[in-house]
Design a protein around this ligand. Sequence first.
Ligand code: G6P
Length: 601
Amino acid sequence: MCGIIGYIGKEKCLPKIIHGLEALEYRGYDSAGIAYIENNNLKIIKEKGKIVNLKKLLDFETPSYLGIGHTRWATHGKANKTNAHPHSVGKFTIVHNGIIENYSELKTELVKAGYKFKSETDTEVACAMLDFIYKSEKDILKTLNKASNIFRGSYALGIICSDDDNTLYALRNTSPLIIATSENGNFIASDVPAILKFTNKYLLLNDHEIAKITANNITVYNQNLKEVKKEIKTFTGNLDAAKKDGYEHFMLKEIFEQKQVFQDTINYYFDGTIDSLAKNFEFLKKFQKFDIVACGSAYHAGLIAKSLLEEYANIPVNVEIASEYRYKKCFYDKDTLVILISQSGETADTLAALNKAKNDGITTLAIVNVLESSIARSADHIIYTKAGCEIAVATTKAYLSQLAVFSLLSIYLGYQNKIIKDEELKNIFTDLKNMPNLIEKTLDNANIYFNIGDKIYKNKQIFFMGRGIDYAIAMEASLKLKEISYINSVAYQAGELKHGTISLIDKNTPVIAIATDKNLIEKTISNIKEVKARGAYVIFVSNIVPSEKFYDEFIEVINIHPILESILTIIPLQLLAYKVAKDNNCDIDKPRNLAKSVTVE
Ligand code: G6P
């Protein structure tokens, strides 16, 4: 969702800015633009659609050493050239990630003051507001500081002022923004991948802080306009993470990385002993109940967690969508731990839910993938997943790493609460050790799942069903399929289909039925027979090879302790979704309308 990159330094800025925008493509966008200073003149070039359209309009040899670039994911106004960033009003030119919530109020005030607007965006209003304030303040820092008290909502801004066209300014509240530094110049960026080719040294801006950046200097000011000393951090992640390594898509590469991701996540917290789990997770013991809050696939990971923690640890778990939770009445108390799950650590609704709990004095735990992200920085406790940098918009390896963490938490709390006994613990530990091999074995069967994908990709709708934990997996599998293939897909509790949805089942409608829970498998099989009798094309996903043939296709999941089984079950379904999308020629890594990191409400 909206990517920002800015550069000021000794080298030509256009190649750097375009590289940065390309590295941020994974966030999702529908137009791109750039503003730069050439011989003291401001130039703005923008275009609808992909960065390649913008590139055609640029001369990379342009002698410009200061510029800001942006990929826009439309919120206020259509995805077109006029609404694309940068926006320029009077002396100010800006790029923006986030939403200025009071833009409409501000616009009325600015229209009265004589400003005219070309676009439908909140960003042009913010830009005009800067110009308006500057007319009376006559000082850029004071202007930005005043604006940050006037703007409501979330924003990361990259700013150029024509009165000081040797300086790049940045201002942030809630939306992510880093400042990076190198020998040849300094950068602003929404995320680390944008600058990794040039430097791995960066610093973080806190809410309402302002950065004044020249080719050799970065100065950060707080809300009192006092200079703040910042620690320069070094990003130690893998610089090659953003390469496809011969895979056709990042999504496929990331699915195949899951063996390693599982190992990395488990090894980070577990050395083969229960003591290692105790050392890392002991703080969980004092809570009587959990509220798990997240969005998208992270929410689905929360549903798996609920199943496991209730079953094995006897702890009641309430799982909520963050955009709902942040506004609803919550019945939490000092015995409740609010757990936020987020790959990016920047999802606006999840962050807001975290802040709500914190304001109410409730303890919070963040399960996040991105180090030092906003959610990680705000929570009382952090458990990092070790998925590495995920580029494809549709999450796979980050989701799997969240399941791995919840398996560990359930093992630890299950043993603590004496539901898992010594013998069972020993067996689970053996299974944990075997898991990387079993993940590899599952991945080795990719062609089996691809062949099934080839048989169903032309369908207009595909249903998923399951009971208990298998329903939670079905929800994630269905989301994966629809987000990348654009085929309508819904997941149902197997027993619920006959209360309405069965009317949609027609001859050859694919129904993917998941049944790995041995206590519920017979019930699910009865439901499968109901849809089969109405002509459905049934793909049965189970760890038990059925003796009776009530299905058209069978995906066998390797049998393992139920605390780990969902990890093995989701992999074939990720691969199936991938193949269905590929057969439909979809833009798999960047599905239309979607964003990787959803930093607006
Ligand atoms: C977006 C992504 C999803 C992700 C969700 C939550 O919708 O496309 O893949 O599950 O945001 O993101 P988070 O970073 O908080 O896990």
